[in-house]
Each structure stands twice: as C-alpha cells, then as structure tokens.
Design a protein around this ligand. Structure first.
Ligand code: HEM
Length: 343
C-alpha cells in the first residue's frame, strides 16, 4: 500500500482533510448508543488490515503535515517537549521501540540497520538519514525522545514507575485536548487526572493504575478516548487557548457540519525494557461531522451519544456551548432505528 501524504495545515487556513479511505478507517469510538468512562483497555495486538489498529505505530496520510505542525509548535514553545534528567534511558528505549516497529511494519518508508551500537536510520517521508551511536546522546541532534517523537505522529508521555505510582517525567505534547505537559510534568497518575469528572467516583483510575503497574514488556495495551474540536486543529493546548477558544463561537447551523470535528485518541501503553518506564503515545484522529455522517450508522449513533451525554462530560470536553447546534445537525441522520452493539 502506498500512502499519499497530504500537503495540508492544522492552523490558519485549515486545509486538513480526510480522503474517502481516511474516513472509512477513522477509529469511530462508540460501540453502543451511550457513553460513560470505563477502564476500556484491550491488548494492542494488531487489528483489521488497513485500520489504525493494524500496526504498532499507525502512519497515515497526515504524517508529513502533522510533523510539520509539531515543528511549528515547538519553535514557538520549546516547553512542549520536556524530559527530566533520569528519563534519558526511557527516551532511548522508546526510540528503539519506534524505530524497530516502524522499519518492520513499513519497510518501504523506514529503514533501520544495527551494527552493535552503531545504528543507521532512514525516514523516507521526512527525508531524514541519521547515523548514530545507540545510548550516546551526543551523536543525535537532540535528546532521543525528542528525536524520535519529532518523527512519530501523536503526543507521547513517558512515565516513570516508582512508589506504586506512575509519574509524568517526560513527554512531547503538541496535539493535546486542552492539557499541558508543562503543568503536569512531575505529577503522578492521580494528580494529572484530577480534573476529570465522575471517573474518580467510579473507581476508574484506581483500577487503571493497578493494571498499568503490572503492564508487561511485549504485551502492549490500547484504549480509545474522544472529545470534540472546532476546526481541525492539533494544538488545542491551554497555552494557546486564546487562539482556539474563541473559534468555538464561530460554529453556526450553516457551518457546523464542516467546522465541528470528532477528535479520537488512540492511546497505547508500552512497558519499556531497560528503564522499566511506560510509554504512552496518544494518537489523534480528526473527522468532521459532515464526513462522519457519510457512514449512516455513525451519524445515527453519534447523535444519540452526544444527546444523552451527562452535562459534566460535555462541559469537561468543552463542547457544551455548541451541543444544541450539533444535535440539530445530527438529528436528521438518526432515523430512530435500533442499533446493535459493536462498531
Ligand atoms: C484524561 C494522561 C492513562 C482515563 C487525561 C488527561 C491526561 C491524561 C493529561 C487530561 C486531564 C486534564 O483534564 O487535565 C494520561 C496518561 C496516561 C493515562 C499520561 C498513561 C499512563 C489513562 C488510562 C485511563 C485513562 C489507562 C483508563 C481509564 C482518562 C479519562 C480521561 C483522561 C477517562 C478524561 C478524558 C476525556 O473525557 O476527554 N489523561 N492518562 N487515562 N484519562 Fe488519562
């Protein structure tokens, strides 16, 4: 399969778009007509051919443009990438995981040759060729986590495990749903999850942490999360709220189908070998409402989920202000027919 990389933007003129194939492979996250937080973890052990679940690190038509967008955000705000000094080994672990996975899963795009600790990496879509010494940071243009996450779609957190908890001690975060690495750096699992409504009472975080502390190398897990974004913007950070927050007020009945996006995060969890850290890539997929409703069962179900979602979740996810106009748009696509469980 040859991927046609789009020349597109995620800011200013927003030329981002999904191809018909991109819409078909969108990871629609709802397996029933309603939604509540749960510990929705499953093994990340492949998936349907062509789906975002098939490969270890999905590369799609937005790859090159997303990496360009990341570089712009980093140039404006270097604190989107941070690694506390004890996390360098985890950075190398993660670099190895990504390079090995991508070169095996996409041999036409990425190549890795290893001769002892002398490595040779080629990234064809981004035009990068690098020879370096594994575990010697002086042989890379930047730290190992920054180096590889500038070439890997999605945000990435590296969690140190100690004292029966996980600590967000490193990350590359430029396409986040309204949270800040600079604010969360050094926090533990319960601290960075503190703003999430309802889930604490449901015991979701206690159970999730217990599972994660026992995560085994070679047995990665995954889950989906979702929110809503106005315009196909990757950088919906608190740091830049003044840029994207006011755009929420531009949604109207005539443009909601094109402007309102469902934002889905494919989150994977990997135990790393040398550092015993956990890598947490958060891969963002965007799809406009007008593209989503081209799949009748998605339009029908999304209407029901958004209509019945508790107010606290709509507020937290930031779309309460536009919920009425979104529902008016989606209602004609819901014929009231019963749906069956599953996506
Ligand atoms: C939200 C990080 C794993 C469930 C969040 C937020 C962050 C985060 C930064 C945003 C909080 C805010 O509003 O400031 C992480 C990291 C993880 C992790 C680094 C890796 C260990 C999990 C797992 C679960 C989970 C395993 C499983 C239940 C949630 C939920 C939300 C959330 C339900 C609210 C999302 C929404 O409604 O949009 N997480 N998380 N997280 N997280 Fe996690």
């Amino acid at each position: 399969m040859t991927i046609q990389f789009h020349d597109e933007t995620f800011r200013d003129d927003y030329t981002f778009h999904n191809s018909p194939e991109g819409i078909r492979r969108f990871p629609f996250p709802f397996d029933q007509d309603s939604y509540m937080y749960s510990v929705n973890l499953e093994p990340h052990a492949g998936g349907k051919a062509g789906s975002p679940f098939e490969k270890r690190f999905d590369v799609d038509e937005h790859y090159v443009a997303e990496m360009r967008d990341r570089a712009i955000t980093l140039a404006e705000d270097p604190l989107r990438c941070q690694s506390l000094p004890h996390m360098e080994l985890a950075g190398w672990d993660f670099l190895e995981l990504v390079m090995v996975s991508k070169s095996e899963d996409y041999p036409e795009l990425f190549m890795l040759n290893r001769d002892g600790d002398r490595w040779h990496w080629i990234n064809r879509p981004l035009g990068i060729e690098q020879r370096f010494t594994f575990l010697d940071a002086t042989t890379l243009p930047c730290g190992p986590m920054e180096y590889i996450t500038r070439q890997t779609q999605g945000d990435h957190a590296l969690l140190d495990q100690r004292d029966g908890n996980l600590w967000m001690d490193a990350g590359m975060v430029t396409s986040q749903a309204d949270w800040s690495l600079d604010f969360d750096i050094g926090m533990n699992f319960f601290e960075w999850h503190a703003p999430v409504p309802k889930a604490h009472e449901l015991g979701v975080f206690q159970r999730a942490l217990k599972f994660l502390l026992n995560l085994q190398q070679g047995a990665p897990s995954r889950r989906l999360n979702w929110t809503m974004t106005v315009n196909p913007r990757l950088d919906t950070s608190p740091e830049n709220y003044h840029k994207w927050g006011p755009e929420k007020r531009t949604v109207a009945p005539g443009n909601v189908g094109a402007k309102q996006y469902l934002r889905v995060e494919l989150q994977t969890l990997w135990r790393l070998p040398r550092s015993n850290a956990i890598a947490f890539p958060i891969r963002c997929y965007l799809c406009s409402l007008e593209d989503l409703v081209t799949v009748p069962k998605w339009g029908r179900r999304l209407h029901r989920v958004l209509r019945d979602l508790p107010d606290e979740l709509a507020e937290y996810k930031g779309f309460a202000v536009n919920r009425p106009v979104i529902l008016d748009y989606l209602a004609p696509f819901d014929d009231g027919a019963p749906t069956s469980p599953g996506i």
